[in-house]
Design a protein. Structure first.
Length: 379
């Protein structure tokens, strides 16, 4: 299913389910009077994150800290089929429960199958990492988990009546801090830093031969992307002003568009299309071993780069850098901070109606100067 179909289902099926289940949750909560203390270690902690591998990377320190706190607990996750391979590569989970979202009936069937598996688990905790979803709240409730953790704020205030433990999601804070606050609610007092498997953060800067560029993202907020004209200008500047080759990053679905871009503008061997070329672990290895720096919009490769400690330039428009990255890291964030940004995740209809001037009006000279600065600082 496409994203808009999933959003439609989440809204028009989710809303009636939410308000009918609030009454059920209150009734059974009163009758059962279960002990929701976090002092009793769980047998299994099941996270729910259907979409967004980048968000899961941002949550990885919190999940790793929870894993360290409860070493005898099984750490599992419910995710969609589209991100299951990426989730597996992170090696954070003992088991992955996959929801097949190819169509509505498969989604319903696989969700019910997972619920029937989890409902008989004793001392189960669920952790809903989705921020806006209504159906994940219902999914968490139907597992009958003793403790159900989730985020709430004004747009999802109903969750306060469905979860046993609620954490305020502060939209002005860095999202990693919200995830860490969730871990604290689960009894974590010591925080650990997670590293991608087999790739400790890069600490030395040897000779690399590529600059990687990512101008791809999920269906959610494609307004994050640079214009084709901007991307062309960046590639031309790198070719003419540095000795580096260019690797254009993307998912398998991006391959055809990137091939066309290269054919239309360059027709040479200085640019490679890496979209769909590698499995995720090999993709990490390429970035780790070959890339001097990464230029990227707000998308998963930015968070991979930060975990690998690869210098990066991030370009922001509909989302704000302070909510996603550490601005004191030594990397460079380019952000015009226009009056309507950040808008994504806050409104259904963007103020610009898709004419993302917050990105289009970024002067490419600013990006060129940032490349020079970052290359110089990391020589």
């Amino acid at each position: 299913m496409r994203l808009h179909q999933k959003q439609f289902i989440d809204t028009y099926i989710g809303i009636p389910l939410v308000y009918s289940h609030i009454l059920l949750a209150k009734f059974f909560g009163f009758i059962l009077r279960r002990n929701h203390s976090t002092r009793i270690p769980p047998s299994e902690i099941c996270f729910i994150k259907l979409l967004g591998i980048g968000s899961l990377v941002l949550a990885s320190d919190a999940i790793f800290s929870i894993q360290k706190k409860y070493p005898s607990s099984k750490i599992t996750i419910i995710c969609s089929k589209s991100i299951a391979h990426g989730v597996s590569t992170l090696e954070l989970f003992d088991k992955i429960y996959i929801i097949n979202d190819k169509n509505f009936f498969l989604l319903l069937y696989t969700a019910i199958k997972i619920i029937l598996h989890l409902i008989f688990k004793k001392k189960l905790w669920t952790v809903d990492l989705e921020i806006y979803s209504k159906l994940t709240s219902i999914l968490s409730l139907w597992t009958m988990a003793r403790n159900r953790f989730g985020f709430y704020f004004s747009l999802v205030s109903f969750r306060y009546n469905l979860n046993t433990h609620n954490v305020f999601f502060n939209t002005t804070n860095n999202v990693e801090e919200n995830y860490l606050e969730m871990a604290r609610e689960m009894g974590i007092t010591k925080l650990y830093s997670y590293s991608l498997p087999k790739f400790p953060p890069r600490v030395h800067h040897t000779k690399h031969d590529y600059i990687a560029i990512n101008n791809t993202c999920s269906e959610l907020a494609p307004e994050r992307k640079l214009s084709e004209k901007q991307l062309q200008a960046i590639c031309e500047w790198i070719i003419h002003n540095t000795n580096y080759k260019i690797a254009l990053l993307g998912a398998p679905m991006d391959k055809a568009n990137i091939d066309k871009f290269i054919y239309d503008y360059f027709k040479n061997d200085d640019i490679q299309n890496l979209a769909g070329k590698y499995e995720l672990s090999s993709y990490f290895k390429f970035l780790y071993d070959h890339c001097a720096l990464i230029i990227t919009i707000d998308s998963a490769p930015l968070h991979f780069a930060n975990k690998l400690n690869i210098p990066n330039i991030s370009i922001w428009g509909p989302t704000a850098p302070q909510t996603r990255i550490d601005l004191q890291s030594g990397n460079i964030a380019i952000y015009m901070d226009v009056h309507c940004s950040p808008c994504t995740h806050h409104v259904d209809k963007l103020p610009c109606k898709g004419n993302n001037f917050c990105i289009k009006n970024i002067d490419t000279n600013t990006i060129f100067n940032s490349i020079k600065t970052l290359l110089h600082n990391n020589e």
